[in-house]
Every structure is written in structure tokens, then in C-alpha cells.
Write a protein that binds this ligand. Structure first.
Ligand code: THU
Length: 158
């Protein structure tokens, strides 16, 4: 697979869908490659902090998202939210693995809101791979990212 071509994203995603997902290492490489590629498309003129996110759904398809900022700052959206929206729009329902990447000193953690958004569609043991563009990685589970998560079960009396 040639990731060096000018627009590698379609190639990366095609490879992901085509079956690289069968092997764990390859899956992780593919998710990282997809998150790295989509990060380049981030619209972040205000923070200048570009973030890319890639989700492998339980059906094996890779969905990507990047942060999209707005001059009305609170209207911006995170990379993880974009990837989740793409997953749902594509007809997938559940997250098998997440990869997030940014040019940060330490592996970039999803913000609080994105932790809750990920938890909506992922089991507690799902891996979230936090990455820097320098190559550092930290792997956490959804449970570790959001202990005490609010779930539908908390509304059982309504
Ligand atoms: N950002 C994300 O896209 N994901 C995160 O989990 C952390 C923050 C974006 C939002 C905003 O566009 C920029 O990074 C700075 O906060």
C-alpha cells in the first residue's frame, strides 16, 4: 500500500475495508494511518490544533473524522465526534476500536464530551489508542477513559 501518494486516504480506507482488519497489528496500523491521513483535512484555523480520529466498527469498516472549528468557537466539533457521525451515517452501530492522533507533547486524550460519545457506542473494554504525530502511543480502554459513566440504566426509574 502506498501511503506516500498525494491523497492516501481513499487507498487507506479501501485497504481497511478490504480485509486488513483480520490481523490485530495490521488493524492498528490501518487505524493509525487513517487517523493520520484524515488529520490533514482538519479545519482548525483558530486553535491550529489538528486532530484525526479513526474508528473500526464491529463490522470491520473504518470511519474517520477530523475537528471542524467555527468562528463561533463553541460550534466547533471534535475529530471523534466526526468519526462517530460518519459511522452512524454509514449504517454501522458499534465501535470495536478507536485511534486518535494530534501533534501534542503527550498522546492526545479525547475530551470529556467525546469520552461520553465514544461510550455510547462502545463496550467498556474497547481499546482507544491515543497517539502523537511523533510516534508516541498510549492505549486505554473506554472504562479507563470514563469511569462512572452515565448510562441509560441510570434512567431506569423514569
Ligand atoms: N479536539 C478534538 O478534535 N478532539 C479532542 O479530543 C480534543 C480536542 C479539537 C477541538 C478543537 O478544534 C481543538 O482540538 C482544540 O481544542
Amino acid at each position: 500500500m502506498d501511503f506516500s501518494q498525494e491523497n492516501p486516504l481513499p487507498c487507506i480506507l479501501a485497504a481497511a475495508v478490504a480485509g486488513c482488519a483480520e490481523r490485530h497489528m495490521e488493524t492498528e496500523m490501518t487505524l493509525l494511518a487513517a487517523a493520520t491521513a484524515v488529520r490533514e483535512r482538519a479545519y482548525a484555523p483558530y486553535s491550529r490544533f489538528k486532530v484525526g480520529a479513526a474508528i473500526r466498527s464491529t463490522s470491520g469498516v473504518v470511519h474517520v473524522g477530523c475537528n471542524v472549528e467555527n468562528v463561533a468557537y463553541p460550534e466547533g466539533t471534535c475529530a471523534e465526534a466526526g468519526a462517530i457521525a460518519a459511522m452512524i451515517a454509514a449504517g454501522d452501530a458499534r465501535i470495536a476500536e478507536v485511534c486518535v492522533i494530534a501533534d501534542s507533547p503527550d498522546p492526545v486524550p479525547p475530551c470529556g464530551g467525546c469520552r461520553q460519545k465514544i461510550a455510547e457506542f462502545a463496550d467498556q473494554d474497547v481499546r482507544v489508542v491515543l497517539c502523537t504525530t511523533d510516534g508516541a502511543q498510549k492505549v486505554m480502554t473506554v472504562a479507563e477513559l470514563l469511569p462512572g459513566v452515565f448510562t441509560a440504566a441510570h434512567m431506569d426509574r423514569t
